[in-house]
Design a binder for this molecule. Structure first.
Ligand code: X8Z
Ligand code: ZN
Length: 617
């Protein structure tokens, strides 16, 4: 997601440098701030300068990036690249200036801001002239290549969103393989200037790593891991601990899904005891398997309805899906979205120009100009995504009165978990209440409901974890361009138990087929979010007085939950995340137990189904 959090932070930092310079000049020639012993007053002045500039440059940068993402052409790429370079240059200067206050005893809030200034850039560049510009050009080119790459199928150019959708509906393995393979030609195809995304990626890693080292980090990966209020190594261990908690569930799901796909496609296509072919799981990246529900759930365990079919039957269009999402937040007590949201959002794909279709949420002015950018399709996947994106927008609005450096999620995972938590309340009772469903299925359908949810959420978890494990290995030098692809498939096999439909030699750059790799959006946030959203959901259900099974709980309409939720959202990034977590859930520890509890009945069912099967790969 090229969302505001990243853009604005980079931009804001950049702007401050110039401000600091102006202030230094007006103070006269006495003593340069760099040489004198730093004081708390100087730190305060420095932070104020950074934040002032942040406000101004952040909005400027966000508006350019919005125009670029919703109208990709030579000129908007030029502008986006220019503003990114400016932001990086300034951000690096500020991060270096901030080091001056490293040993100064500061009040907690100021210390936190100084640390944020040092960590603010998503990808730093070295101070060497030209480095930030080259980095920005590379990143803009990678993002555009990903968004606009053309793919032909049966003699016609097919829109990328249509190909994504086809991965969920086509059931012919040969066709699936064809789409899957063609999608992955883009990252190794030559751009107009003869470069490829793969080469660009390698150069990006080189420049950004040099930048990270200059700022005192081991590499970019260490810098990304440092954003979680923990030493980087401890954070990595924490993600592994959470994965171990949910892995038994994944292993059982994998075993069952493989057995059912084997029934569908036969031994030649889905051999038992081996990793599953990645193109058969209903999704371009095998990150969510919800679209193969019909293939893997027994007939007597259907969820009682098909949400895509219900939306279509009731003639929902994209805007109505967003209005429905808004209504959920309103039921919790949140103010309606501003009129400008509806005027300025991109809710469906414009036909007359190139755009970034990957969904994102934006906060253009750090106040009320919030928007989403999607190429929404009327289906269950996008109904979820609408709630996901709105979660970002409501979070952004809730923390708008925080100082600029604290306008962000408690950590990246929180930002990704807000809308998802709300979407966990899309239960049969809720669908009935809003008129989408006539009759709610009885308890005999629970395994079906849980299966549908597990195919969405549990299948995601190893993917959510390995994306950054791969990047951590790229940034720390363990992987080189020659081993990028092998390293990718090793992780895909190890964590997800999947394999490519054909041999993928070192020439390929399959990670580049996933938006967040050319977009440089860190991904551990989504893994964390998949744990957190269940913790939030459980806490919310308890606050609402729910005593039944978690998967049947909807907090729709609960003002009490909304109030407490808002209290956490309003904090933004002002406090270490354990405090934000505690404010809403009463615990300061991330914990996969809520996931385990939610899926307990399914786990039992899967273990029965898998009896006598050979699981694992
Ligand atoms: O990128 C997203 C959101 C935007 S922040 C649509 N997600 C990840 C993905 O699509 O890979 C949400 C789930 C994971
Ligand atoms: Zn998101």
């Amino acid at each position: 997601m090229r969302n505001k959090t990243i853009l604005r932070r980079a931009g804001a930092l950049a702007a401050v440098s110039a401000l600091a310079l102006a202030a230094a000049c007006s103070q006269g020639p006495a003593e340069t701030p760099e040489t004198g012993a730093p004081t708390v007053e100087e730190a305060d002045e420095f932070i104020t300068g950074v934040e002032d500039w942040y406000r101004d440059f952040g909005e400027y940068s966000a508006r350019i990036n919005w125009v670029n993402a919703t109208y990709i052409n030579y000129d908007t790429d030029w502008l986006a690249s220019r503003v990114a370079a400016e932001g990086t240059e300034m951000g690096v200067k500020f991060a270096n200036e901030a080091k001056r206050f490293n040993d100064l005893d500061l009040p907690a809030e100021m210390r936190r801001k100084i640390e944020f200034i040092k960590l603010g850039l998503n990808l730093p560049a070295p101070e060497k002239p030209g480095a930030a510009k080259e980095l920005a050009q590379i990143n803009t080119r990678m993002a555009s290549t990903y968004a606009t790459g053309k793919i032909e199928l049966d003699g016609e150019t097919v829109a990328r969103v249509d190909l994504e959708e086809m991965m969920g509906t086509v059931r012919d393995p040969a066709k699936l393989e064809e789409i899957w393979v063609k999608w992955r030609e883009i990252p190794v195809a030559e751009n107009d200037d003869g470069t490829t995304m793969k080469e660009d990626y390698a150069r990006m890693a080189e420049i950004a790593n040099a930048g990270a080292k200059e700022l005192g980090f081991d590499d970019v990966g260490a810098m990304w891991r440092a954003r979680y209020d923990l030493p980087p190594a401890e954070f990595a261990a924490e993600t592994d601990r959470l994965w171990e908690q949910v892995k038994p569930l994944y292993d059982q799901l994998h075993c069952h899904v493989r057995a059912k796909l084997n029934e569908q496609y036969g031994d030649a296509v889905v051999p038992q005891g081996e990793p599953i072919r990645a193109d058969l799981l209903g999704n371009m990246w095998a990150q969510s398997w919800a679209n193969i529900y019909d293939l893997v759930a027994p007939a007597d365990a259907d969820p009682g309805y098909d949400l895509t079919a219900l939306l279509k039957a009731q003639n929902y269009d994209a805007t109505r899906m967003v209005k429905t999402g808004e209504a959920f937040f309103s039921s919790l007590g949140f103010e309606p979205l501003p009129e400008t949201f509806w005027e300025r959002s991109q809710i469906t794909k414009p036909e007359d120009r190139e755009v970034v279709c990957h969904a994102s949420a934006w906060d253009l002015d750090s106040q009320d100009d919030i928007r989403i950018k999607m190429c929404t399709k009327v289906n269950s996947d996008d109904f979820q995504t609408v709630h996901h994106e709105l979660g970002h927008n409501y979070y952004q609005r809730a923390y708008k009165d925080q100082p600029p450096l604290f306008q962000g999620g408690a950590n990246g995972g929180f930002h990704e978990a807000i809308g998802d938590m709300v979407a966990l309340s899309i239960t049969p009772d809720y669908l009935k209440e809003i008129g989408l469903l006539e009759e709610t299925p009885d308890a005999s359908k629970d395994i079906g409901l849980l299966m549908a949810q597990a195919l969405e959420k549990i299948s995601f978890m190893p993917f959510g974890l390995l994306m950054d494990k791969w990047r951590w290995e790229v940034f720390n030098g363990e992987l080189t361009p020659e081993t990028y692809n092998d390293g990718w498939w090793e992780l895909r096999e190890q964590y997800q138990g999947i394999r490519p439909p054909e041999t993928r030699d070192a020439r390929y750059f399959d990670p580049g087929g996933k938006y967040h790799i050319p977009g440089n959006v860190s991904y551990t946030r989504y893994f964390i979010a998949h744990i957190l959203q269940f913790q939030f959901h459980k806490a919310a259900c308890e606050q609402a007085g729910w005593t039944g099974p978690l998967h049947r709980c909807s907090v729709y309409g609960s003002k009490a939950v909304g109030e407490k939720f808002n209290a956490m959202l309003e904090m933004g990034a002002s406090k270490p995340w354990p405090e934000a977590l505690d404010a809403f859930t009463g615990t300061s520890k991330m914990d996969g137990e809520a996931v385990v509890e939610y899926f307990a009945p399914l786990m039992e069912w899967l273990e029965e189904q898998n009896e006598g099967r050979t699981c694992g790969w």
